[in-house]
Write a protein that binds this ligand. Sequence first.
Ligand code: HEM
Length: 386
Amino acid sequence: MPLPVPSTQDAPRLAAARVLDPNTDPLLVGLPRQRGYGQWIVSRMCDVRAVLTDPTTTVDMLTPKAIARFLSQQEITLDQTLEIMRIIGRAHRVPNDAERRDAIAVTRLLQGTLQDLDMASMLGALALAEGRTVDVMADLLRPMLAAWRATALAIDRDLGQRIEDGLLAMMLAVERHGPSDLAPVEPLARAVMQDLTLLEKTRGAAREMPITHWISPAFLALLPIAYTSVSMLAHLADTPELQDALRARPELRPGYIREVERLMNSFRYGTRQIGATGLNLGDAWLPPRSLVVLDFSAANRDPALWQEPDICLLDRPRQPTATFSLGPLACVGGQASRQFLSLLLDAVMERVRVSLPRPGPEPDRLPTQWSITRGYRMCRLCLSSL
Ligand code: HEM
């Protein structure tokens, strides 16, 4: 999983890092831009691809290592925080190592039980003939994904959910407090580690692999599926004619799922460090050791690849997106995610009409908070049974 880029290696500048806002930062596609000393942002698909597939590009100097160095300079010990950050940051990884192979094995377990997930019944149980307003994140996606994980991995559903929530809380706390004040994060990390130890003793599936290898595929990975699923449901409610067309003509659905992947990708930003010789991008040069933010959402709207890139068109030719990243550390769950979204779309089409709720005093949607994710963490929609 990617982490936001620190501004540099030393503490004062780490603390001053500009926080990215994936939900409101404008989606600009163009030449690489500098966003601070030694830092760049790339947005064209060709540049995103070049950075991610260049063999000298690394994740070495990103947040976890910089934080670890700073803490050790201060003689501060935050073992559990660093252990979890190290795994999420992946600076220790080599291509196709045991961690990645284990992540693929966990993904296969999840994929193997996807067909058993009775999405239609879960939707049917929430909807009423006259319509019922629910928070599709809290009432639908979270329980659905928690049930999927529990079945696939043979683990306790609530414990699994608690670990996922704990990891997200940790990431938010790291961003809120900044690297120079991570002490408040340690109790959160300790709680996650305790829950992982509990899970280690009770888990049913893939017992032979270290439990920490589950952190990305079994826990953090289900967040972006949830965010993209909620964005898709919100989009269907926002565009009732499109919803009618997809219901009447199932053959349009694969094209829609491809547009959901392209336009509603939920990990907006990835991060990398350029190698010792710099990287020539043709019409731009990234200096040695510079830190690069990859804007996956902008790359997915690159006009060099997609005409009218901001518009959802169901008959576009197939093209690879940047949604699941590229290269040796790319997501291993792209196919599982596409299958999940397709099954969810079919279940919605079969069981419920999704529409906007009557406006009330409270907002109906709240944006995600982790500075690399986009989408909604809360989204109230009206579900009417068909
Ligand atoms: C819509 C859903 C998803 C999105 C948008 C997404 C996106 C991403 C992105 C952008 C990365 C970072 C890659 C990099 O730094 O180059 C990543 C990593 C990863 N994803 Fe996903 N992901 C999704 C779902 C999943 C699922 C369902 C799984 C598995 C069950 C999964 C497993 C992983 C793992 C294990 C990594 C780390 C790979 C490694 O370090 O070798 N993801 N994902």
